[in-house]
Design a protein. Sequence first.
Lengths: 469, 737
Amino acid sequence: MIRFILNEKTIATELPPGMVMLDFIRYQQHLTGTKIGCREGDCGACTILVGELVNDEIHYQSMTSCLMPIGNAAGKHIVSIEGINFKDQLNPIQQAMADEGATQCGFCTPGFVMSLAGYCLSKGEFDQGTAIASIDGNICRCTGYKPIERAAGKMATILKERNGEDEIAFVTRKKILPDYFTGIKNRLLEMNTAARGRSVPDPAGLKARPHIMGGGTDLYVQHHETMSSADIHFVFDHPELNGIHKEGNKCILGSSVTVSDLKRSPIINDAFPGFQQVAKLISSTPIRNMATIAGNFINASPIGDFTIFFLALDAQLILTDGITTRELPLRKLYKGYKTLDKRPEEQIEKIWFETPGKDSYFHFEKVSKRTHLDIASVNTAIHLKLNGNTIEQASLSAGGVGPVPMYLQKTSDFLKGKEISDALIGDSVEIMKTEISPISDARGSKEYKTLLLAQLIKAHFMERRLLSS
Amino acid sequence: MDKNNLSETFFADDDRVDGLAKVTGKAKFTAEFKPAGLTHAVFVCSTIAKGAIKHMNIYEAKNAPGVIDIIYYLNCPAVPGYKPVDRIANPNARDFTGLKVFHNNMVVSNGQPIALVIADTYERAVHAASLVKVEYIKEKSETDFDKNKFNDKLLKPRPEYVRNQKDAWKNAEVFLEEEYTMPVETHNPMEMHATIAVWEGGKLTVYDKSQGPKNVQGELGRIFAIDEKNVQVITEFVGGAFGSSLRSWPHVHAAVIATKKLNRPVKVTLNREQMFTMVGYRPQCWQKIGIGASKDGKLTGIAHHAVSNTSSYEDFTEGISSVSQYLYDCPNVFTTYKILPLDINTPTWMRGPGPGTGCFALESALDELSYKLNIDPIELRLINNAEVHPQSKLPWTTKFLKECYALGKEKIGWHKRPTTPGSLKEDGMLVGYGMAVGVFGAGRNPATAKGILKNDGTLLLQSAVSDMGPGTSTAMVKIGSEQMGLEEKKVRFELGDTDFPTGPTQGGSGSATAVGSAVIAVCDAIKLSLKEIAIESIAGFKNVKPENIKYEAGKLIAANNVSIHFMDLLKETGKPEVQVSKSSSSFAQRDKYATNSFSVHFVKLHVHPVTGVIKLKHMVSAADAGKIISEKTARSQMVGGAVGGIGMAMTEESLIDHRYGRYINSNFVDYHVPVHADVPPMDIVFPNQPDYIISPTGAKGIGEIALVGVAPAILNAVYNATGKRVRDLPVTPDKLI
Ligand SMILES: Cc1cc2nc3c(=O)[nH]c(=O)nc-3n(C[C@H](O)[C@H](O)[C@H](O)COP(=O)(O)OP(=O)(O)OC[C@H]3O[C@@H](n4cnc5c(N)ncnc54)[C@H](O)[C@@H]3O)c2cc1C
Ligand code: FES
Ligand code: FES
């Protein structure tokens, strides 16, 4: 039995937990405001809000319902567009969209409205830039986005008045969202108290449940058919598998930490001053709210952005099958194309790495065919320990240039102990070419990928020189 | 019909009249209608590109839970309109050339629908479809455009065009010859196609995502031999189309076949992958241009050759190289066009069809020529501006292209453009400016509208058109309100139902002028009726001639200053309403005028010197689209079209794996439509000069010129930034490093 609140209504359902929320909303509940444009997380037409209790406070994020299993909704508030409509008036988001002519055919519109509703409930700063960033996962084929941008800007202006007021209090007072939102926290608290102890998955049950589900953003794209009725072990909300903390230089991540969790974390932003820029290049707001780091590692895509990021940091994985636990360097996880040094019943519990120190330089680059909302043609990260201009230690990783995400051992070894110079960079590129094996595909020819990685290695150092000057 | 309680009073004057339904998620798109007893159907599609089905095993699928029926070539009822027509009895009839769905075991493209699985739920239909097993007899297929584009055995030439000398460009003081290529581009509207067909008591009701409900009604009537009056097509909202809904595709026929076979309502929905193989696309195209000019920039000759693909079973053509015949004043022009049949589905019109492709080559070539001549690209175009149509020598109804150059040039800051490519940097980025011209035919199609003016002061207008997004309703409300002197919230426009008077198909930027002209005719007729009523029944109007009565802001005013508001007139005479239907004809003065709309697009962009990543910084589009009926929807159309052009220039490309003849990127992950972050600040400017020769609306159409010319403007700017001339779309970063 899965219990959650959909709009104002309490739901208790025996439907398979692998059913996606989109199907539940449209076909079981007959709420058709949530649209289907792709079923693969790419268009945002199906965007909903998901409110969950974090330390007894309710926290809303936008997600794509086409990739979200109802199993990940347990104990949460799910909001579709019907749940933010007022009976006899438009809310200011809808009014702004209508006033600005931000809807042409209208098919994408509910998705945009929901993303902006998520923005209204977010904790961040409000300005034109953040408003636009909140709709980065929504595609519109008609309007050219400009009118939507103006509508989003209007919302930022309204939200600036919030001044530290509680989000829910503010949005209900301003009639941005309906009054029932104020009662949701208590309803969820009650629901979760009743369910406590039962909703937490039993690690020993892993053997019986072979499918491990994080955010689902990869599983549903790859295996939509099978997942809807599969026997699934849900790890996304497991409290033990969440959280980011630091012990000395060691940063420890729960395996279900999402990209958005990283983006919000002071620990991460301290360790990687350019992190916000990196995160911007990775998927979109709703996907970042769902995509877990463990999911990124295990899906073993040769171009997984966080895999490349953490390979350069020499991250370590704590794997468990519920009985025994072992530690494995991320660099040792990939044995061949989509083959891993991991038994099916093993799950990642934690990930840890040493944060770059003062004398360290870390940099990530990604180039894709479409700059935003696209997976990489080639991506690469570099981590250098420096003594003046001398490289004491080097770690270089690259994606899209081999069957697995690659740690470039030879190039890294070569850089070690050398002075940074144009010649050194040129030579390192030649060594890099000996250890990669790109193939030609829709993201580019193998020659292009080789050339691009060479350029990106140069860009790593260009960026470095900019920093030190 | 459920009108979702639209209450227009929420909207300020210039807002979309259907905005309320759209922003609240209440707008009902085709797949969301639910006639009682609805069943759900999905296709099984071929996995080879050419050959025949040897055997189809439907046993397991048929027995899967919830399955009602599976229709395929062995059990599909005959469709009368698929039979060859009897030319002796009907000399004007033409054979149906589209895919005859489920009518034989032949496979003509990968992704061709070969069976329809109908079940009680969508999920069960999808599951059962995965259980159908097909064995094929495979034949060698040909899907490779590049390999065959000069293959004379396959190519089908269309008539050549020669004005004076074919090869004059070769003898010019300055000349060049270059090739330009464009990949398959897929419409990919956000809403995927769906059709619900209901066959009941000899009447066929079809809910369809269509740009032309009347057209679908006519076609289904013909194909299924049902009297047109027993076919009703309903298209309430269309979630974008851009041409993909201009004709009815196999899935529409399949839905009708199924409902007639089962006597139950059937809904057929396509998924994103099927959007690439069943509802057309912009064909792949190769072009070669030879162009020459005197040293002072006067064009002396253009030769423009084009090859684009079609399917093996239908000839699809569009006017690609013909833009070179009339865009500039040039004494010697030679154009050719050939189509190449391949083993893929049939292409169709996509936003800016013909000139969209043709201008990419011509406007790139002109830019190249400008550097060779060392003449500013705008100047070069002005030198060769066609004052009259170069072929027919007829004057244009209106042409404000020069005004567009001036307006746009100012806005983009053209004076900052470096004359030497690759010579300007900003923040470490290479900076480039580019421009190009767009053109499209303008005109007017026939249309009929009905108007009901009520004594409560409201006007209801109806026409059987559909609105895929440009805001036809909004524009018609605006015209109706202007004509009748009513507030916009008192006027309502209903569409999307073939029970309304015949309206045109929405395409080629023609809706506003066609339906708008009919609405004006309706309003004129209503005014005349009102006057006649007044003359007959109101004392002060007795014996006054209708032409001596003025109509102003709802009031009839006779010369002697006697006046009456139409509401009072209707109430006093006991009439609840005045109702009229009126048609407007098509544009009749083709022998006197040339008719086109024009646009000029300007781009400023940055190119990363190391990675080749392009960042658009500013775009300006100036459009000579006649009178701008609704400023907000017109701007939105322009911006939307420009972003379609960004896709054409930088991201969109459907790729085929020729071993299987199958698309490898038929999803939104790999087929890249522009996202918000790709779009720079944009300015839209209009000379806003009415063209009352084409129609009384003054409008010339916007939808196509919004896109035509955008892609070459971007490519020209890329050259200006980098000195690299990219002639193969799209310009992805790999082409710049
Ligand atoms: C629209 C879209 C855009 C995307 N853009 C990007 C991008 O820019 N860059 C990028 O790198 N990726 C991108 N992705 C891919 C995907 O979002 C990421 O790889 C994501 O991190 C996967 O995490 P998840 O939790 O959703 O994985 P899931 O789908 O839940 O799981 C993926 C795999 O990991 C396994 N798994 C999950 N958690 C654990 C665990 N704790 N222990 C063991 N196994 C586990 C699952 O069994 C499954 O095999 C995108 C996806 C979509 C849909
Ligand atoms: S349907 Fe496209 S993101 Fe969910
Ligand atoms: S308005 Fe049509 S997709 Fe956005």
